[in-house]
Structures are given as structure tokens and as C-alpha cells.
Design a protein around this ligand. Sequence first.
Ligand code: G1P
Ligand code: ZN
Length: 543
Amino acid sequence: MTLRTVATTPFNDQKLGTSGLRKRVPVFQQAHYLENFVQSIFDSISAPAGSTLVLGGDGRYYNREAIQIILKMAAANGYARVLVGQGGILSTPAASCVIRKYQTYGGIILSASHNPGGVDGDFGIKYNGSNGGPATETVTEAIFALTKQISQYHILDAADVNLDTIGTTQLGAMQVEVINAVNDYADLMATLFDFNQLRALLSGGFRIQFDAMHAVTGPYAQEIFVNRLGAPVNSVMNAVPLPDFGQGHPDPNLTYAHELVEIVYGENAPDFGAASDGDGDRNMILGKGFFVTPSDSLAVLAANATLVPGYKNGLAGIARSMPTSAAADRVAADLGIPCFETPTGWKFFGNLMDAGKVTLCGEESFGTGSDHIREKDGLWAVLFWLNVVAARNESVEAIVRAHWAKYGRNVYSRHDYEAIPTEAANQVIQKIYAQFPELAGKSYGRYTVATADDFSYTDPVDGSFSSKQGIRILFTDGSRIIFRLSGTGTEGATIRIYLESYEPDVAQHHLDAQDALSELIAIALELSDLKGLTGREQPTVIT
Ligand code: G1P
Ligand code: ZN
């Protein structure tokens, strides 16, 4: 085995997005492309000699090849040990769990989350620090800066490592330890939730249907729901992770998890439905014929947290991303705890959790989590909901309706316009910017604009500043329209329009969100001239 230093030249497109670097598989397969990026990670974090790294991915196409390359580079860069998920697979929350449990220096997660996979699908790579959370903006910017000036990388010439058998292999001076992260993760869940109560629920006739969408959570869900909690085997569907996710789009929402949605809205429906995404950090929660918006989910979990053993002493605070509805703010106010509003992306929650300022965090994009790890966590959210259902002995729908009756309903929806030519997307944003000076005080039907701005954030822990995090049009009654460009796509631009209106009147709570928000939707389209500038008549996805 020989150590090699390979001369290389920079690629100019390795800027990290909302969650790591995401590109099409063929881009990653170019000679030196992955290697340049990985070397830039290693150079920017300069792990002390003897450090341990965690490594794994969501099992998508190119996962195994990338892991072999990264292992050989880790060996050549002085790591003493790498913990790899069996088969090269680790869900994002399991990676965060393992980094923390074994106190490693950090980890590399290979995933493009909910983006489709396969030969021509997407691939991605992200770095998480020793707290188990996504690298902060300071770190991601340092990595990007290094990718622009890289001239060489280090790699060990060696045979591939067996990733399928639990145990330790020597790779040069480094040890590769293949671990069963499913057990590590399930053990952590057992410390947070009342597994006895859950076992009684799931083996007692309460029917759940969990859709792993042929992505990473299948084995985790089987271990937890079937093996440990006694649910029938067919409670978990699409449970075998596939490199192309069965040609599906592993994003747990009403559009892409339609197979599950049909079951839960169909005849003889189960009592509870849930799905998770490609890498296991997102969740969708459904009751019998009932959809829980992720913003409501965060608020309901916060309001019921003391029913769950891991949170029985209450919450330090709550954080939500700016576009997420203010439903959680109402719960925080009621509980007398702080609520933080951060930019989009889980990386902004890490400092708040590390500092003990918040316990629960959530994003409207089907992300919910807590300080048990430093990533959002799909199965954790499902278990939390089941624990609340068991403790209250009420249906999902009844719990949400009671919540709305107490706090009012923050009616919410997001409209995505995907794969828009970048120039047209920028024109839409510019069009709204240009109106900023005249918007305040302007009325549209029953809505009057209070302020319009571009969201910026100063991290209360380390003082770092992030600007241009989304346009906010705030109305006097608390309603909001937000425009943002996605930072996770790999083709053109995606415009996201987030719509929220507060409805205190219980008599209106039965309304469909799209109907209740129709006026705001019309205002958003008028303000942005989105149809005129992009030629799009309809959103691609509505959540
Ligand atoms: C999207 C979501 C965001 C989430 C991220 C990673 O990012 O909107 O909330 O943190 O995926 O799952 P976006 O494409 O909007 O930049
Ligand atoms: Zn994800």
C-alpha cells in the first residue's frame, strides 16, 4: 500500500448549498471531483492526528464507490479510525447519533436527501462536526474557499474494504470499523420514548403504516416498529433501500408519497401514517384521512412534550426556520419559553442547541428534531407522535383540532415552482425587491402590508451574520408571504412561495388550506408577476 499525492486543479462549482454539495451523479464521477471536495473538507477542519471519522450515506447510486475513495483518502490524511455504517449506509440522524455517541471528530454523510437518485440522479456530500450537526456557515465557506485553490490531494493505493461485515479492517495505518448503527439509533430512541406504552399501542390493534420510500429508513423502521415494538411486518412498506429509490422521488409529502397517501385516505385506512425521505431526516405525519402540516407538527409536539419521557421536564426553548409558520411561537409564548426564528437549514439550529437555548426545532419542509442529536430526525418525529397519541389516547386529527381550538390555526402552504431558468427566477425576486419602498401600508383586499424586508439573522451564540435569507411580506394581521430561492436543487432555480394566515375562529378550521389561502396566493402572484416572468401557470409541488 502506497500513499500517493495527486496533482489536481480546482472545479469552480463546489459551493455548498443549504445542506452540503449536491450535483448530478455524472458530475461527481468526473476525475478528481469528489477527491478535490473531500480534501478541501479535510484541509479546512484539520483534524488532530489520531482522530476518528464517521462515514456513511443514504445508499443512493455511487454511495459505495464514494465511500471507498473517502476511506482511502482518510487513511492518507492521518485519521486513526473510521466508523462506517454497515453496507456503507447511515441515515443522517443515525450519523449524528453515532458521531455524538462515540465522540468522534466529525463525520461525512453522502446524501442528496430527498432528491431522486440513480445513474442520472443526484448525489451529495456534507460534513458534520463533532457535535453531530451540519457544518456551520463559517466552515462551509472555508471549505468552498479551499476548493477554489486546491492543487493536490492525498490517497492511499489499496484494495477496497469489505463494508458488509460488522468488524474491523486495517487500511494502512487506519482502522475501518463497520458498525451496526441501526442498533445505536434504536437504543437512543428507547431512552426518549415510552417503549412499553408504544408496544401496548402497536400490538393492541392501533394500525400504523410507515413508508420508507425505498430509502434509508427501512431497516431502522423495521428494527424499531416491528422488532422492538411488535407492530405487524407489513406496517413498514418500501422497506428495502434501493440505489435509485425504486425510481421514486423519496420526499415525504402529499405529492411524492402518494402510495401511502392513497392508503391513509382510502377504505379501511390505518390509524396513523408516516413517511421519511432519502436520508431519513424528514417526516410526514398523517392521521386517518388527515394531513398534519410540518409547522403544526412542531407546535403540537412542543405543546405535548411533557407527556413524553425524554421531555417530561419541559423544553428550554423552541426554534423554527423563518418560513415555518408561527404556530410554534404561540405554544412557546403559552409555555413562557423563548422561540427563535432562524434562516432556512438545520445548520442554524446547532449553536442554539449546543448552548442549551432550545430543545425542539422544526422547519416547514418536513423537518422536526430535538437536541437528542444535531440533525432533524424522521423516525424520532414518528415515535414522538405515537407517544403523544398513546398518552392522550386520541386520534391524530382530534389532537390537531384540539390544538387549533386552543391556539388558533396558522393556515399554511408552500408552493414550489421547480426548474425555472435562473434568469427568470432572479427577475421574479428583483421584481419584488423593486416594490419594497412602496409596499408598507398598501392594501390588497382584506390584507394590508405592515413591512417588507429581506430576512437576515445574527446568531445569538457566536454573533455570525447571515443576510439575504428570503423576502418577507408581513401583513398587519400576522399573515405572511415569503419568497425564497431553493439552495438544494441541481437544475435551474426553484422559487418557493410560503403562505401563512392566522385563523382564530374554530368555525373556519374545517377549511382546506388552499381555499383559506386563496386571496394570499393571488396577492403573491400579482406582486411577483411570476406567471408573466416565468410562463408557469401552476406550482410544480404544493405542500
Ligand atoms: C430545503 C428546505 C430546507 C431544508 C433543506 C434540507 O432547502 O427548504 O428547509 O433544511 O431542504 O433538507 P431549500 O431547497 O429550500 O434551500
Ligand atoms: Zn433529508
